[in-house]
Ligand binder design. Sequence first.
Ligand SMILES: Nc1ncnc2c1ncn2[C@@H]1O[C@H](COP(=O)(O)OP(=O)(O)OP(=O)(O)O)[C@@H](O)[C@H]1O
Ligand SMILES: [Mg+2]
Length: 230
Amino acid sequence: MIRLAGVGHVYSQGTPWARRGLEAVDLSIGRGDGLLVAGANGSGKTTLAWILAGMLVPTEGVAELDGEPLHQAGPRAALAFQHARLQLFRPTVGQDVAFGTPMGDPEVDDALRTVGLDPVEVRDRRIDALSGGQQRRVALAGLIARRPELLVLDEPFSGLDAEGRATLVEVLGRLRTSGLSVVVVSHDYEDADRFADRVVVLESGRMVFDEPTAEALHDGRLFAALEEAG
Ligand SMILES: Nc1ncnc2c1ncn2[C@@H]1O[C@H](COP(=O)(O)OP(=O)(O)OP(=O)(O)O)[C@@H](O)[C@H]1O
Ligand SMILES: [Mg+2]
């Protein structure tokens, strides 16, 4: 479904400030697949996330969804930002989830329940009256309600407590079962086998590790790869 071939990106290309963010990445992601993208700060994870979500056009290579450029995929690919507050625009939870769609209250409530929020409790609350973890879930509810085929999440676990994290892992598993492809960008690979069937590690913009999660977690192989890439 999604195919990246020789994908690279140079920020501010052709200027004295040119800076490489990604290099020679080959990757395929199928329907319902779960991929964890790990790597140190500055290794290119967010650059890859933005390309996969169609929000950044790579300066090199081919990035496609069913043969069409990813940046023309529109709502078929969605990105959950690292800072969820940046993608919440309306004053209340219910208004935000429904924003720009013909969704009525029942659909909004369904979307909130999907991410483990109680609609009665949060639907009419102001976004700024929610905790960071709750805001993250509202943003996710809004994205899921638009029925993307690929959901990319940039550091979705940061700032979540153990319960919030467990809920999110469970939600991601359920979404994958329904056919959604999920890409999680995270430093944190604890129980990665519960949301990803494959792990890749980036180092200085290059993919230096690509293995099924079970093998990656076996014998600390992923840990070693991350240490080395560190
Ligand atoms: N808008 C930009 N302009 C110029 N260079 C950028 C820009 N965004 C990222 N870079 C550079 O591209 C490289 C990859 O950055 P990226 O944000 O993808 O890394 P990351 O793995 O997401 O890091 P982190 O773990 O800190 O979020 C870094 O060297 C970074 O400085
Ligand atoms: Mg990043």
